[in-house]
Design a binder for this molecule. Sequence first.
Ligand SMILES: CC(C)(COP(=O)(O)OP(=O)(O)OC[C@H]1O[C@@H](n2cnc3c(N)ncnc32)[C@H](O)[C@@H]1OP(=O)(O)O)[C@@H](O)C(=O)NCCC(=O)NCCS
Length: 248
Amino acid sequence: MAIKDKRSGIGSSLYQAGISMIRRKTKNRWERFWMRYAGLNAFGRIATRLAPWFAPPYYGRCYLAYLNTKGYFAPSAIVHHNRVHFGPNVFIGDRVIIYQDDKDEGSVEFGERVHIYGETFIQTGSGGSLKIGDNSHIHPRCQINAYKSNIYIGSEVQIAPNCAFYPYNHGIAPGKLIQEQPIESKGDIVIEDDTWLGFGVIVLDGVHIGKGAVVGAGSVVSRDIPDGAIAVGVPARVVKMRDNTLKK
Ligand SMILES: CC(C)(COP(=O)(O)OP(=O)(O)OC[C@H]1O[C@@H](n2cnc3c(N)ncnc32)[C@H](O)[C@@H]1OP(=O)(O)O)[C@@H](O)C(=O)NCCC(=O)NCCS
């Protein structure tokens, strides 16, 4: 009875507040403790498995990347690459794959606070490297294949889900199997700082997307897009400028 009285009214609220503060502190301490050891070696992988024990799933885990300069690599992410450099505090989400096709060919370089969300596949192969600048976010299920030419993604770039980047084509001369023809490229893909690519954008070889440009959902970018332009469609064409300077 005495205990019940203690927990009624203000006492009960204080009790609840106390319990939730202890829970919060325990969770923080737990995450900070395990994230201190998180990394890509065997023990680091175990630590990363334990750290998010109480964390929400999916995007809700991004803050863990800021608890350790080595960043957060989801336990299900695979890094199979000899020449990869991760800047501080990167977030690598569930089932991301970073894959090097030809041993010692191509490099992958991420600036600080880069986020790569779930099920994005990154591959480099002969003649292709990938560089992503600081604080750029690649949303789920993107496909980034740097073969034959490079892919440069600037800083503060937002890439929506399901985008694809292909800086090469298969040779398609007639009279020969396509799969036996060498791949060709018109050049690197360059995506400047502060751009936003909507859902499902496909970027082809040799394309330059200018600083601060926006590309509409579902577009196929086969030609350059100037700084500050809004381009949509297949193929992507400029429909307006962000500062409304485009005269029709
Ligand atoms: C590109 C975008 C930002 C433009 O928005 P906006 O400035 O409001 O542009 P408007 O709606 O005025 O459209 C301008 C013209 O482009 C067309 N258009 C807009 N988006 C288009 C698209 N994705 N594909 C084809 N045409 C498009 C419009 O129909 C309109 O054509 P009209 O002038 O013939 O009527 C927006 O349409 C878009 O695609 N957003 C991406 C959404 C997304 O993927 N979100 C993911 C979250 S990260």
